[in-house]
Design a protein around this ligand. Structure first.
Ligand code: PLP
Length: 219
């Protein structure tokens, strides 16, 4: 069977998605030539999980690309992406939000963020409990951060092919979103990767993060 090219994968995915689902092309570890092939097929949103790698690709790629940081963020590296990052998916502490706000202010920008919520049954190091996210969103301190905007929630499910478990974990995020959305004007649910984005969309995802189904397996 002929394997499909990057541009064919982009075209196929884009056709498959309704307009209210945003595709983030996860290009971590891939060379700029691969990203350019996706760009030429019309893709403008790219996701990376390492700040330095994202910054060097930002320098090389056309300036209308929107860069999403999808990985865990170390506070001391926020400054390297603050001039250009368009959405930070995995914010999981107030301390990190404060640093993003500080660096955004230095760059005279407002940076959009998502709160990462713990949904996986397996023990994951990163992410907040739904209750803590509610407390953070309701806090007075948050209002003082004028250079960040929390746009929604992000989740990482357990690495499993068990559809029942995936659905139950995805539903946890959707429920948390429903509880918070009206009070805080949240609009984005970042959920779903190459192997499970169809299930994620059926459970309410509005933003999928797809890597290997576009660029091929990573080594
Ligand atoms: C790598 C990565 C993805 C994409 O994974 P694929 O299985 O290649 O689609 C999505 N989200 C996060 C947070 C990732 O680190």
């Amino acid at each position: 069977m002929k394997t499909m090219s990057i541009s064919e994968n982009i075209t196929k995915l884009t056709k498959q998605l309704s307009e209210d689902v945003t595709l983030v092309a996860v290009s971590k570890t891939k060379p700029v030539s691969d990203l350019m092939e996706a760009y030429k097929a019309g893709q403008r949103i790219f996701g990376e999980n390492k700040i330095q790698e994202m910054a060097s690709k930002w320098e090389e790629m056309p300036k209308d690309v929107q860069w999403h940081m999808i990985g865990h963020v170390q506070t001391n590296k926020v400054k390297y992406m603050a001039p250009f990052v368009s959405l930070i998916h995995a914010v999981d502490s107030f301390k990190l939000l404060k640093e993003i706000n500080k660096q955004a202010k230095k760059n005279d920008r407002v940076i959009d963020c998502l709160l990462q919520i713990k949904i996986a049954e397996e023990d994951s190091k990163f992410g907040m409990d739904a209750a803590d996210a509610g407390v953070l969103l309701a806090s007075e301190e948050l209002k003082s951060l004028q250079n960040i905007k929390i746009k929604g929630l992000m989740g990482m499910a357990t690495f499993t092919e068990n559809e029942k478990q995936l659905r139950s974990e995805f539903q946890k995020l959707k429920k948390c979103f429903n509880n918070l959305m009206n009070t805080y004007e949240l609009s984005i649910i970042s959920l779903g990767m190459s192997s499970d984005y169809i299930i994620a969309i059926s459970e309410g995802s509005t933003m999928i993060r797809v890597g290997s189904a576009i660029f091929g397996e990573r080594v």
